[in-house]
Design a protein around this ligand. Structure first.
Ligand code: ADP
Length: 220
């Protein structure tokens, strides 16, 4: 019963991170089994999640009983309890869960999770800290680093780009970035083309090397 369209996910740890993730998945139509050893937390999310179970995820037998080996996707959202996080991840790897996301609270924790076999490691506090630093220190309205050194930035269209087709602004040669989307005041975002003429007040999304996106966002 491992279908590719399987929209079931096991979320272990219903703290701030795990519960937010689980609720969002339910909103997006996923079937979520939420697990936590804390009965009070499980109770809190019992109605909102598809299924909830009180269990200790470091107990192999308990994991088998809740059907963990049948899941193709699992999230280990245990942050502060290092040993629990690592042991849980390792058990899920042994059970053959094919996509395991694990939350790390430090770089070293993340490295260990990768070493025991987690497929994706996220470090929400660290990543959000970096992201806020970019937003705080620059003029960007929003920012996301898609991978090391490549980013998307949301910024107000600088004067230099206004009033002529993007092709003529030479923005790609000059700043190394590509304008991918445009948002007029009171309109949703739409894609940008070579012919797009930006107006005062437009908000744009640009893609490029992080340094270039950063530099471009300083242009007024
Ligand atoms: P956050 O910062 O997202 O709130 P925490 O690390 O504080 O994350 O919370 C992790 C959750 O994982 C807690 O609710 C805790 O009860 C749960 N947890 C920790 N160890 C286990 C375990 N062995 N089995 C099940 N749940 C666990």
């Amino acid at each position: 019963h491992r279908r590719p369209d399987d929209k079931r996910v096991l979320v272990i740890g219903l703290g701030r991170f795990g519960s937010s993730l689980a609720l969002e998945l339910v909103d997006r139509g996923w079937e979520v089994l939420g697990v936590d050893s804390n009965a009070r937390l499980v109770q809190t999310f019992a109605d909102a999640l598809t299924h909830t179970v009180i269990a200790d995820s470091t107990d192999e037998e308990a994991l088998r009983q809740i059907g963990a080996p049948e899941f193709t996707r699992a999230v280990v959202a245990i942050g502060t309890h290092l040993e629990e996080s690592i042991l849980t991840t390792s058990l899920l790897v042994d059970m053959g869960v094919s996509t395991i996301w694990a939350k790390a609270t430090s770089r070293r924790h993340g490295r260990i999770l990768e070493q025991v076999g987690a497929h994706h490691v996220v470090q929400p506090e660290h990543d959000m800290g970096e992201r806020v630093a970019h937003l705080l220190s620059g003029r960007m309205l929003d920012y996301v680093e898609l991978e090391e050194g490549f980013s998307l930035g949301k910024t107000k269209a600088p004067k230099e780009l206004i009033g002529k087709p993007l092709r003529e602004t030479k923005v790609r040669q000059k700043y190394g970035i590509t304008v991918v989307s445009v948002k007029r005041i009171n309109s949703p975002f739409t894609y940008a083309t070579e012919e797009t003429v930006l107006q005062k007040g437009d908000v744009i999304v640009v893609a490029g090397r992080t340094d270039d996106v950063e530099r471009f966002s300083e242009v007024i």
